[in-house]
Design a protein around this ligand. Structure first.
Ligand code: NAP
Length: 282
């Protein structure tokens, strides 16, 4: 059994969303704080959209130091914050908020967490050709972080083309030296194929045809449950190196923790906690 210490000086962080009862973050972040000797707990705060301003006021009142924001409030919370990081400003979306002397400052760590998960795995992005499938919230953060991480080509594919075009425009704005498109080129090979759609999460379907997997040197699916989607299963069968979304989930939390504390996150503690949480889902 894990023991955490709580006393009259315990500080509070948390996660705001609806629902939040399935979140792995309260356990992961509380264990992380306690692992580095911080007298802190991290709690779930489910809420309604109309209550967001009052919740922020209550956080100020009771001294909540920072929090994560999840679905469906990543964009809706922005008007109630005082400052945004450059990335959060471009995205119009935040997943991490910290209390500062100048008020609440919002960050987005999904994309930077994704890029860090690759670099921690020894994958260099410089000059790489990347196919990003999907154009939802996850894709938007990933595309922006890829654009500022030195990738050479970014191909964004999506069922709804207009959404892919919008993200392509954003990525180009961040890095005008980047080659961005919303189509694939015939006869071409790609360094990294990323699935950021929800296809494969609740069904045994692949978001792309096998022919695209065949021309990809690496496959990443940002879905982490199930740990091996049909896309990843196909990649494994073809002997293509691949990764699921667990490390993205881990490193978005690691980056949030480091923003809050200014200290190096205990990555192994956090990863073990995530793996335990996923395993307990059965
Ligand atoms: P979202 O904003 O709702 O976007 C969903 C995306 O999936 C859109 O591009 C959508 O296409 C596409 N899509 C959905 N159903 C489809 C279908 N049947 N055929 C083709 N495309 C389909 O969701 P999100 O927040 O980006 O999340 C997407 C996935 O990433 C989820 O599985 C989520 O759990 C995962 N995720 C993981 C992490 C992590 O830390 N590992 C972080 C964020 C998200 P349209 O635009 O055409 O609707």
């Amino acid at each position: 059994m894990t023991c955490i210490s709580i006393d009259g000086k315990t500080e509070i962080y948390g996660i705001v969303g609806n629902p939040v009862d399935h979140s792995f973050s309260p356990k992961m972040q509380t264990l992380a704080f306690q692992a580095i000797g911080e007298n802190t707990v991290y709690l779930p705060f489910p809420t309604e959209e109309k209550q967001l301003p009052r919740l922020l006021e209550a956080f100020r009142l009771i001294g909540v130091r920072g929090f994560n924001v999840t679905v469906p409030f990543k964009e809706k919370i922005v008007p109630f914050l005082d400052r945004l990081s450059r990335e959060a400003e471009i995205l119009g979306s935040v997943n991490t908020v910290v209390g500062t002397d100048e008020g609440w400052k919002g960050y987005s760590t999904d994309g930077s967490g994704f890029v860090r998960s690759l670099s921690e795995a020894g994958v260099s992005l410089a000059g790489k050709s990347v196919v990003l499938v999907g154009a939802g919230g996850g894709a938007r953060s990933i595309a922006l972080s890829l654009a500022s991480s030195g990738v050479g080509e970014l191909h964004i594919l999506n069922r709804t083309l207009s959404k892919a075009e919008k993200i392509a425009g954003m990525a180009f704005k961040v890095n005008s030296g980047l080659s961005v498109s919303t189509v694939l080129e015939p006869q071409k090979r790609y360094d990294i194929l990323i699935n950021s759609t929800s296809v494969g999460m609740h069904d045994r379907k692949s978001p792309v045809p096998d022919s695209l997997i065949d021309v990809s040197a690496m496959v990443v699916d940002i879905i982490y449950n199930p740990p091996q989607t049909l896309l990843l299963q196909k990649a494994v069968q073809k002997g293509i190196p691949c990764n699921n979304g667990l490390d993205m989930l881990l490193y978005q939390g690691v980056e949030a923790f480091e923003i809050w504390t200014g200290k190096k996150a205990p990555v192994e503690t956090m990863k073990t906690s995530l793996l335990d949480s996923i395993e307990s889902l059965g």
